[in-house]
Design a binder for this molecule. Structure first.
Ligand SMILES: Cc1ncc(COP(=O)(O)O)c(C=O)c1O
Length: 376
């Protein structure tokens, strides 16, 4: 099998897995216990927090562990229930862990404005500024999109938030190991991360919370995570997350270069066999190695199934259920026609992919398009 779906999830780095196994086997104590077993588990959790803080040049006290990216996003948005101001500004291409949460919270007095994006999936900061109201509490804009990879003008948006005394949150789940993440430099208030997107384990992530921001817990019980997230900590997962983040940030320049080479190679080779391919997302300001491509002569579900039969995993933005293909909401928001929408695939390369594997993927495309006589 060849795996080209790293934006969905990544395999665990062997070093991370070895650490998690050791922690699960040996350091199984409850981190809240007083005895040595507990002390060791507590030390492992605090080491992970330091690793993350050092990698992101922030303080350990600013990191709160969560059960992943969705939970971190939920924690930020659900806190609006306790805020005097109850309006949020977000974009039309956020992950469902933002957009569906806001739709839900609408039933409980939260209102929100979704600013549009242009044909590249880019938010215009001017639209954010003009959406600000007296009761705006939060602006939540993702750092980079998971379907088309477009990197948002975060620095400008943060400036607007600061000038208007509004908190700024960013879902940065797709960025570690691919581009540099600037938290202090940009003066970010809140930022969500998830380990399984950067060769760490699933079901664990964290929320960065700037000093001085007071949040209420979403999960209440024991006093873990400074009373912000109850529940006995997932020590092996947290240990894995810390190491995965350290490795992701340390190797980021090399990884970025490698992913860009794979992406360029794929695009050059595809042009030789199918010159009519259309690429979605911003041409330059996008995550390296994430390719959203429209092959107008075939539907993405047909390509995806045929690639799967050849042992190659890619993804489509459109969701297929009960025989009908539902167009991707992200591509729709980018004003991509329905016909092109349902012919779009996402190929996301990872650190383990090679040029030879990309060549095999191109060969597979060639065979499938020939088989269905859809070559241009
Ligand atoms: C941009 C973005 N936000 C949030 C999430 C959800 O993260 P998790 O799977 O850790 O809950 C994902 C994962 O698909 C994502 O791509």
């Amino acid at each position: 099998m060849l795996y080209f779906d790293h934006s969905a999830t990544t395999p665990i780095d062997p070093k991370v897995l070895a650490l998690m196994q050791e922690v699960a086997n040996t350091h199984f104590g409850n981190p809240s216990s007083i005895h040595k077993y507990g002390q060791k588990a507590r030390a492992i959790i605090e080491k992970s927090r330091r690793q993350i803080a050092d990698a992101l040049s922030v303080k350990s006290r600013n990191i709160i562990f969560t059960g992943g990216g969705s939970e971190a996003n939920n924690m930020v948005l659900q806190n609006l229930l306790y805020s005097d101001k109850k309006h949020v500004i977000t974009s039309s291409i956020e992950h469902p862990a933002i957009l569906k949460v806001l739709k839900h919270l609408k039933n409980f007095g939260i209102s929100y404005t979704t600013v549009p994006v242009d044909k590249f999936g880019m938010v215009d900061p001017i639209n954010i500024e003009s959406a600000i109201r007296d009761d705006t509490a939060l602006i939540s804009i993702m750092y980079a999109n998971n379907e088309v990879g477009t990197i948002q003008p975060i620095a400008e948006i943060v400036k607007i938030a600061k000038n208007n005394n509004v908190l700024f949150h960013s879902d940065a789940v797709q960025t570690p190991g691919k581009i540099q993440i600037l938290i202090n430099e940009l003066d970010i208030d809140l930022m969500s991360f998830s380990a399984h997107k950067f060769y760490g384990p699933k079901g664990v992530g964290f929320l960065y919370i700037r000093d001085g921001i007071k949040l209420y817990p979403m999960i209440i019980g024991g006093g873990q995570e400074k009373k912000l997230r109850a529940g006995t900590e997932n020590t092996p997962g947290i240990a894995g997350l810390g190491l995965a983040m350290e490795l992701a940030v340390k190797n980021q320049p090399n990884a970025q270069n490698h992913l860009q080479i794979l992406e360029n190679h794929f695009k050059n080779k595809l042009a030789e066999i199918y010159p009519d391919a259309i690429y979605n997302g911003h041409p330059n300001l996008h995550l390296p190695g994430l390719v959203s491509v429209t092959i107008p002569s075939v539907t993405s579900d047909m390509l995806l199934v045929n690639l799967d039969m050849k042992g190659m995993a890619v993804s489509s933005g459109s969701a297929c259920s009960s025989g009908t293909v539902k167009p991707s909401d992200v591509l729709k928001a980018m004003h991509i026609s329905n016909q092109h929408n349902i012919s779009s695939l996402r190929i996301s390369f990872g650190k383990g992919n090679t040029i030879e594997q990309v060549d095999k993927l191109i060969e597979a495309f060639d065979e499938i398009l020939k088989k269905y006589n859809r070559k241009k």
